[in-house]
Design a protein. Structure first.
Length: 385
């Protein structure tokens, strides 16, 4: 998957085609058999070139989330349907997911609460043609009702949600099932025990936790091996480096899946103090970092990424994702997007290689900067993402 070289290769193919056509035309001075042979060679060579381009596009290494093997970069599907503005058109969302798969992505992330429900339906429809070749992650943990959404990880509710998710996803098993938020009213051992029963029934294959602390992770892992922890983590949001979660994942052999690996879109460099956020449709509207003051104050972080990007023929998004790829071998980012151009840009990070010296320079320069604005308040921690 070498996105940066595609246009050059296409241009080389066109040049080769015209050169071969000129040779075939010169054959008109001799015999028809030469024309036929030349035309046949052109067709064969072009078919070989097309297959080489396709093989290259699909090339992506894998990483392990516990014992679950997935592509080195995954796809967060939430933003297609919810939380970052009005939903995208279903057709566009399906095309984007298909393109991700064609580009080598095998790991797709969704949840019942995204929409709610609509994102699971979209993902299920989009991935149905190649269901057995992909890994689908979804989540439980909420009681979704009008007008409020509350936490609910009671065993009977988990089982009910799984059955409903299986139907929406058009599948007979969930590859990775996360508890979306820890429910203080239900012991984590009971949650893990319920998922263990679902695994025994073949309805779930692997267990994950989202936004859990180290004590909860240890308790859950003792009851049922945890394959993945999903928590916000990016070049600018580094709480998991300080609270022990990332170190614990390494200790226990648990994979780590950062949500918001592009700072919820901020690190792409397209947002500024004048960017509006719809309070009814965009969860970022309530975050300190997305106030006009926060957007302006954190711009030095984007500028740092852009400085590196200019030297690597890359974008700030690609540097941010490449940084995560280089950080730990058990990290699998799930950058979200709702259109193919942004998808191609994100996946282009796979071809951006940071040397040890470059990685350290990024760390050193970031340490000189201050991140302005908090991550989430308590209510947002419970109900966002």
């Amino acid at each position: 998957m070498k996105h940066d070289n595609t246009s050059n290769k296409d241009e080389n193919s066109r040049r080769k085609f015209f050169q071969q056509t000129a040779i075939a035309g010169a054959g008109l001075l001799f015999t028809p058999s030469l024309i036929t042979a030349s035309s046949s060679n052109i067709k064969v060579n072009q078919q070989k070139k097309d297959q080489q381009n396709k093989d290259q596009e699909n090339k992506m290494t894998t990483r392990n989330l516990g014992k679950l093997k997935v592509s080195a970069l995954g796809a967060g599907c939430m933003s297609i349907s919810a939380n970052y503005g009005a939903p995208a058109k279903i057709e566009e969302g399906i095309k984007t997911i298909h393109k991700a798969y064609e580009s080598g992505v095998t790991f797709f992330d969704t949840a019942e609460v995204y929409g709610p429900y609509t994102n699971e339906k979209l993902v299920g429809e989009a991935l149905a043609p190649f269901r057995d070749k992909v890994v689908i992650a979804t989540k439980f943990g909420f009681e979704i009702g009008a007008p409020n959404i509350t936490l609910n990880s009671r065993p009977e509710h988990i089982k009910k949600v799984v059955e409903e998710s299986l139907t929406r996803l058009k599948t007979d098993r969930i590859d990775l099932l996360y508890q979306h938020r820890v429910d203080p009213n239900v012991p984590i051992e009971d949650v893990a025990g319920t998922v263990k029963d679902l695994i025994a029934a073949g309805k779930v294959l692997h267990f994950g936790l989202s936004e859990a602390n180290t004590a909860t992770i240890r308790k859950a892992h003792a009851e049922l091996p945890v394959s993945a922890i999903q928590t916000e983590y990016s070049f600018m949001e580094r709480s998991v480096e300080k609270n022990g979660v990332l170190d614990l994942c390494e200790e226990l052999g648990i994979g780590f899946v950062p949500w918001g690996p592009l700072g919820m879109g901020y690190l792409a460099g397209q947002l500024n103090a004048q960017t509006p956020f719809d309070s009814k449709l965009d969860l970022r509207s309530a975050f300190d970092r997305f106030t006009p003051e926060g957007l302006a104050a954190n711009m030095p972080i984007v500028n740092l990424l852009n400085r590196f990007a200019s030297n690597k023929n890359a974008t700030s998004s690609q540097i941010a994702l490449a940084w995560l790829l280089a950080k730990k071998p058990f990290i699998v980012s799930i950058a979200g997007t709702r259109n193919i151009p942004h998808l191609k840009e994100n996946l282009g990070a796979y071809d951006v290689h940071l040397s040890a010296a470059e990685f350290q320079e990024l760390e050193t320069e970031f340490a000189k900067l201050k991140v302005h604005g908090g991550r989430m308040n308590e209510m947002q921690m419970t109900f966002c993402q």
